[in-house]
Design a protein around this ligand. Structure first.
Ligand code: BES
Ligand code: ZN
Length: 641
């Protein structure tokens, strides 16, 4: 059996009395092989005035050893004022900062804790203005400009900047949340009420309520989530609601109503067990939300850019819903095996598409994904460590390794087993995998042994798997083998792109006259495929030809950001000045990194001054993670999605 290169690494001890070893996850400073968190209670005041969470967290930790060692937790930019162990004051110190992991919080235990015994560690803590997980919006930064807003984004290693914890996906804990706020609150548990009204303080402000939530299914730290603001809710299905600013609520409801339950039924027909989280709700965030979606349990967080009025971007929801199984129920044990989360999720998302729209749509999505994979591999270089399925992240920041590679290479890892074993056999394995590892964290070697054990008695499948090159799958950099995709949906996109290619090559005679009807009947993603083809020769376009392209097909006015961003990117590649300001406007309007990062890179090449000015102007608009990544892209470091 292979072991991860990170297995059992000994790190320099921060305190000589405290042993720090990281069994599987190199991106945590915690000694989670000595103690493991079983339950986490957070009790925070959401303080909009001081832009901080303040209160206490109680970790119920089980000792895994009879050795007399202290507890080391992850912490990052936190203000820690007190630690109690089983109700008694305990000695603690915050170790030196170790980039990018933060500071170890070393806690000395008053007495030995025998193996199997549970201790309560209570920590008084407040977040600081350097917190990387939280974004605090002033009323002026929200859509109705009336109230402040705050939300968290903890994946990958930002939970440690909210509260001290074992910030590793190799540990799962149940959660209780008590969050006091003047505005409605959501968290990643089931709501249990809003109680204990406190009137406004004498010097003004608003009264507050204590909102409570329980998460009975053990979750990883990165799934901790909280949001508070002027939000309202509407039903979108029998077990689903959508939440957004009151002014946007009807549009959000129209976009998602009736869509969720068929998605859930589709996944439940492929995997086992059934949906474990009781409700599936969606929170539509302000435009600075840095991702398309985030699979926080009970409430998926999503960018408002999916509310395009045409239901053409709700595949993001199919994706986040799929994480309810791949990622949230069965979790990658470290960011080195992130493909197990995202690859499986792409696989399930595409199975939903096949179930609802037909098999050709699954292939269509995979074709778009292959293009994203090409871009990411080009960005890093074909031999780069981060182009492998299993990546070495020792000493590295998982955010820097984030790209389409774990998504698409991960998808192809699974899809090739579907092709190798045949769909029926592969489909019999899928429920077995999820049922075997539910509530657990797994690495790629667990996946391998689960698959090979499952088919051990099936001579035909067994021999195929024995001849399979696992080392190549896990460790070869660059592209996976490319399967044949069904071309039904893309043929007309490629044909139209070819016509444009002829049109712009000066020395070819041509009778092609672009007309709006060229794209009649297309879904938005067909324009995406067409424009991505155009991008491969966009530098040959004149500014006038870019103008013609945008005007003919209405791309300059489209509400669909997937289409608009591709069109503007083509314009930037062609160095067409009329696309510069609209590109700058786009990155000032939406903070989703998928659009913001590539657009800044292109804008920088076309007009560095405008790129830098635009970033400075929008610095406060971006979530801290996005701000940091764009800063790296513009002023040095990093590559990515
Ligand atoms: N879990 C991811 C988002 C994420 C990954 C946040 C790593 C932080 C670190 C989420 O499920 C995701 O994949 N979102 C995609 C959606 C898309 C693939 C449909 C996104 O944001 O683009
Ligand atoms: Zn995902």
């Amino acid at each position: 059996m292979h072991r991860s290169p990170a297995a059992m690494v000994t790190k320099p001890a921060v305190d000589p009395n405290i042993e720090i070893r990281t069994p599987r996850d190199p991106n945590t400073l915690s000694n989670y092989h000595n103690y493991v968190t079983r339950h986490t209670s957070v009790d925070f005041e959401i303080d909009f005035e001081r832009k901080r969470l303040a209160g206490k967290v109680v970790l119920k930790m089980e000792s895994l050893t009879d050795e007399s060692v202290g507890v080391v937790l992850d912490a990052s930019f936190l203000d820690i004022s007190d630690v109690k162990v089983n109700g008694q004051a305990a000695k603690f110190n915050v170790g030196d900062r170790l980039e990018p992991y933060g500071n170890p919080l070393n806690i000395t235990l008053p007495s030995e804790v025998p193996k199997g015994k549970i201790i309560d560690i209570e920590i008084a803590v407040a977040t600081t203005d350097k917190c990387t997980a939280l974004q605090w919006l002033t009323p002026a930064q929200t859509s109705n400009k009336k109230y402040p807003y705050m939300f968290s984004q903890c994946q990958a290693i930002h939970a440690r900047s909210v509260f001290p914890c074992q910030d590793t996906p190799d540990v799962k804990s149940t959660f209780s949340f008590a969050l006091r706020s003047p505005l409605p609150v959501l968290a990643s548990g089931l709501p249990t009420g809003a109680t204990d009204y406190q009137p406004p303080k004498k010097d003004g402000g608003s009264g507050t309520l204590k909102y409570t939530f329980e998460q009975h299914v053990a979750i990883t730290s990165y799934l901790f989530a909280v949001a508070s603001g002027d939000i309202a809710s509407a039903s979108i299905g029998p077990r689903s609601t959508v939440w957004s600013g009151p002014e946007e609520l009807l549009d959000c409801q129209r976009e998602l109503e009736g869509e969720i339950e068929p998605f859930m039924k589709a996944v439940e027909s492929i995997v086992k067990p059934s949906y474990q989280w009781t409700q599936y709700n969606v929170l539509i965030l302000p435009p600075s939300f840095p991702y398309g979606g985030m699979e926080n349990p009970v409430w998926t967080y999503a960018t408002p850019s999916i509310i395009s009025g045409d239901k053409q971007n709700i595949d993001v929801i199919a994706h986040e819903l799929s994480h309810s199984w791949s990622g949230n129920l069965v979790s990658a044990a470290s960011w080195e095996h992130f493909w197990l989360n995202e690859g499986w999720t792409m696989y399930l998302e595409r199975r939903i598409q096949a179930a609802i729209h037909g098999e050709e749509h699954r292939h269509f999505s995979a074709i778009i994904g292959w293009k994203a994979l090409e871009e990411s591999i080009k960005q890093y270089g074909e031999d780069h460590e981060y182009t492998k399925l299993i990546v070495d992240l020792k000493g590295k920041d998982p955010d820097d390794a984030f790209s389409s590679i774990p998504y698409e290479k991960g998808f192809h890892a699974l899809y090739q087993f579907e092709l190798l074993l045949g769909k029926d056999k592969w489909d019999s394995f899928i429920p077995h995998y999820f049922d075997t590892f539910k509530f657990k964290s797994v690495d790629s070697y667990d996946f391998k042994s689960c698959l090979t054990d499952f088919f051990a008695k099936d001579a035909e499948a067994n021999s195929k798997l024995e001849n399979f090159d696992w080392d190549k799958l896990f460790y070869a950099p660059g592209f996976p083998p490319k399967p044949d995709f069904d071309q039904t949906m893309v043929k007309s996109c490629y044909a139209l792109a070819d016509k444009w290619q002829h049109l712009i090559s000066a020395n070819s005679s041509n009778d092609f006259k672009p007309h709006a009807s060229d794209i009649k009947g297309w879904v938005a993603n067909q324009s995406v495929v067409f424009l991505e083809r155009i991008q491969s020769f966009a530098d040959k376009f004149s500014p006038e030809q870019i103008h013609l392209l945008g005007e003919t097909y209405g791309y300059t006015q489209t509400q669909n950001i997937e289409v608009l961003s591709r069109f503007l990117s083509a314009g930037l590649m062609a160095k067409a000045p009329e696309t510069y300001q609209p590109s700058a406007d786009l990155v000032g309007r939406i903070g989703r990194m998928k659009f913001v990062r590539p657009m800044y890179r292109l804008l920088e090449k076309a007009d560095r001054d405008l790129a830098v000015r635009t970033f400075e102007k929008n610095r406060d608009f971006y979530h801290p993670i996005c701000r940091q990544m764009v800063e790296k892209d513009l002023f040095g470091g990093g590559a990515g999605k």
